[in-house]
Design a protein around this ligand. Structure first.
Ligand code: CMC
Length: 439
């Protein structure tokens, strides 16, 4: 339901300017869940002032019906369904359908969706030649940004964002090709031939097959490992207005094509404060090296003068346990048992870090709990996936959320280009100084 209809125009929020005593009323809007919002769209027109909220800590940037998070209670719902139920009973493509369409698919719809996706898993042969241009030691996320952005140069028949058929085709292509693009980035790094997608395999299974199979011998993905990867994809599929999703929405607000928008999302995800954290967790664990050095690093994390932070701890929204982390913690042990990795020193180290941090006053007071990236890295490592591919797997999953949010935005009746304001604190107007007179 459009917010303007759902919203109560009364009560209102009164803003008083203490300098002049002047006051204004702004409508308070109520969603179906979550805090009410003050509708400040007319603030500048009526008061001549902007709001100031760097990092959007108190700003709802859009109206959405896709995902709801209650960070205080550790709740994550996709279209109303709790993540715990989806992780236990569903699969990644079903989540894609749910995020995109708002409802779980019927058997027929699921079959059609599956067919639609698998039809697009291959890459254009010319696109494959791109990989030869990258250095062998290129970071796979760099390759992802480039190759996904380049899709818009190949698929001109799906670039008209106002045509629902074009949009659907672009959505199918993005979901379908991400695992192939990602696996080929890995193959480039290890100098092995590309393995074509096999459409009879499950989504996660197909990705693992393209990663680890070689033309020399039969490769069978272990069902438990495929299931764990499928679950990781489900858990990472969407997380409402995070940095990369907001990037995709903002890029889309200029009516850029979906491939370009998703490439922008991949770039945003790459940073260690966002999707790059899973890679940073492993690097940190390696740096710590042994259990007895954990207290030293916990001490550093608490030191205001030390930039070191415990990677995989804390979240902008979850000020309680991250529900995805709870599920992955279990998966982590299952995968380690299945793969019989024995005593895994890094896992032991991670558990010790988790134990100490959860007992420490600093982390308790600041509500810094382990997040999803803390556990996913350990699972990837056990599966033999190199650290540089961790964030790439996040991107394969998150494309579902990015493209659902992009599609939601594009169908909004009132589309405004995203254009934040600023609090300017730079130089005021002054005259140009010729170079001969500058000192
Ligand atoms: N280790 C030590 N101290 C921390 C940490 C941490 N990991 N995270 C936050 N703090 C402290 C921070 O120093 C600050 O202290 P003070 O109030 O005394 O200045 C306080 O906790 C609040 O931190 P913040 O930076 O204001 O919180 P934020 O909501 O802006 O940042 C975060 C959230 C995820 C960027 C941050 O917790 C962090 O850098 N964590 C490590 C990186 C990480 O694991 N990122 C993955 C996020 S989950 C996956 C995803 O969404 O992509």
């Amino acid at each position: 339901m459009p917010l303007d209809k759902a919203a109560t125009k009364e009560p209102t929020f009164t803003l008083i300017d203490n300098r002049t005593g002047q006051n204004w009323n702004f409508p308070i809007l109520s969603g179906s869940l979550g805090p009410d919002v003050i509708d400040v769209r007319r603030l500048y027109a009526e008061t001549g002032m902007f709001t100031f909220d760097p990092g959007y800590t108190s700003t709802a940037s859009c109206e959405s019906t896709i995902t709801f998070i209650d960070g205080d209670e550790g709740v994550l719902l996709h279209r109303g369904y709790p993540i715990e139920q989806l992780a236990a009973k569903s699969d990644f493509l079903e989540i894609c359908y749910l995020l995109l369409n708002g409802e779980l698919p019927t058997k027929v719809q699921k079959k059609e969706f599956w067919k639609g996706i698998t039809y697009h898993t291959m890459l254009d042969e010319k696109l494959k030649s791109f990989y030869q241009g990258f250095r062998r030691d290129s970071h796979p996320m760099a390759i992802m940004c480039g190759v996904v952005g380049a899709l818009s140069a190949f698929y001109h028949d799906s670039l008209d964002i106002h045509d629902p058929e074009h949009r659907q085709l672009a959505i199918y292509r993005l979901i379908a090709k991400m695992p192939t693009i990602a696996a080929y980035a890995y193959k480039t790094a290890v100098g092995q031939p590309f393995i074509s997608p096999r459409n009879e395999l499950g989504f996660a299974e197909n990705f693992l097959h393209m990663m680890f199979a070689t033309p020399c011998e039969e490769y069978k993905v272990r069902p438990k490992v495929a299931r764990a990867m499928e679950r990781i994809l489900v858990l990472h599929a969407d997380h409402e207005q995070n940095a990369s999703t907001s990037t995709v929405r903002l890029a889309g607000s200029s009516h850029a094509n979906p491939f370009a928008c998703v490439a922008a999302g991949i770039a945003s995800l790459w940073g260690p404060a966002h999707g790059g954290a899973n890679e940073a967790v492993l690097k940190m664990l390696n740096e710590i090296g042994s259990k007895n050095r954990v207290p030293e690093y916990v001490k550093r994390a608490k030191d205001k003068d030390d930039p070191f932070r415990l990677m995989g701890f804390g979240h902008r929204v979850y000020k309680n346990f991250d529900p995805r982390a709870t599920i992955l913690r279990e998966s982590c042990h299952e995968v380690l048992d299945e793969l019989d990795v024995g005593e895994e020193p890094l896992l032991e180290l991670a558990m010790e870090l988790e134990r100490i941090a959860l007992q420490d006053d600093y982390f308790i007071k600041k509500k810094l709990y382990p997040n999803v990236d803390f556990y996913s890295g350990i699972i990837y490592r056990a599966m033999g996936i190199p650290v540089s591919m961790f964030t790439v797997i996040f991107a394969i999953a998150r494309v579902a959320g990015w493209i659902s949010h992009w599609n939601e935005w594009i169908q909004e009746p009132e589309q405004k280009i995203g254009r934040p304001r600023q609090l300017f604190t730079g130089a005021t107007k002054r005259n140009f100084v010729p170079i001969s007179q500058r000192r």
